[in-house]
Write a protein that binds this ligand. Structure first.
Ligand SMILES: Nc1ncnc2c1ncn2[C@@H]1O[C@H](COP(=O)(O)OP(=O)(O)O)[C@@H](O)[C@H]1O
Ligand SMILES: [Mg+2]
Length: 203
């Protein structure tokens, strides 16, 4: 059995969920990271091809997670069935996502915030819900990028660290309260273009 070592902030995987590992030859965290990353690159190609815009619904949220992790995890695209040290109670995942998806069109309509600010808010809401057993950080970052580029038609990245910086700042805020100051100081984003060029998402 693989001995998983977690970076700070990572969600430990339940033993039950760890049994969902499809690639039984994997023995180290580094191998797991690499297989997951190859899977994510396939998901990026799919996004490039399909340019999805109808993303504010449970079906797409699950579909993207499945596309990112289905070569590696049996439960890719399925919501978690246990509580974690972060996130809503697993019973509330579906309702919380629905609330989030219902709120977003209101933000867009009222135009109180720039596209980048809305993308940061969106990312924070999603990662706070923590819908899946694992992969929530990478999934929420990619969702935020698709939201920014395909829905809000925001500008692409102006630098290399982008959403990773946003996330690092939010994580430093242990109360998980959204801080306007945070997003104002943490642009630009890690765009789809950057992801393609660097073929990496470890941050
Ligand atoms: N205290 C926190 N504040 C904000 N975000 C957090 C916090 N703890 C964890 N996270 C988010 O959860 C992610 C880890 O969840 P996980 O499901 O393991 O995702 P991944 O496998 O993609 O890293 C982190 O990358 C971060 O996005
Ligand atoms: Mg993880």
């Amino acid at each position: 059995m693989i001995d998983l070592k977690y970076p700070e902030g990572a969600t430990p995987i339940d033993p039950d969920e760890a049994e969902g590992l499809l690639l039984t030859h994997i023995t180290t965290q580094a191998e797991l990271n690499r297989w997951e990353q190859d899977n994510i690159v396939e998901a990026l190609a799919w996004i490039d091809k399909t340019k999805p815009t109808n993303i504010l619904n449970e079906q797409f949220i699950k579909q993207l997670h499945k596309r990112m992790f289905d070569n590696v995890w049996k439960w890719a695209g399925q919501f978690r069935r246990s509580d974690k040290n972060i996130g809503v109670s697993w019973h509330q995942v579906s309702t919380s996502l629905k609330n989030m998806c219902d709120d977003v069109p209101v933000w867009i309509q009222t135009q109180d915030e720039s596209p980048e600010e809305m993308a940061v808010r969106f990312h924070h809401r999603l990662v706070w819900i923590h819908p899946f057993p694992n992969g929530n950080g990478r999934h929420a970052r990619l969702m935020a990028d698709i939201f920014l580029e395909n829905v809000l038609h925001g500008h692409r990245s102006l630098g290399a660290n982008g959403i990773c910086q946003v996330q690092a700042s939010l994580e430093a805020d242990t109360s998980m309260r959204f801080k306007r100051r945070t997003m104002e100081t943490t642009f630009p984003f890690w765009s789809l273009q950057n992801r393609r060029e660097h073929r990496t998402d470890f941050c």
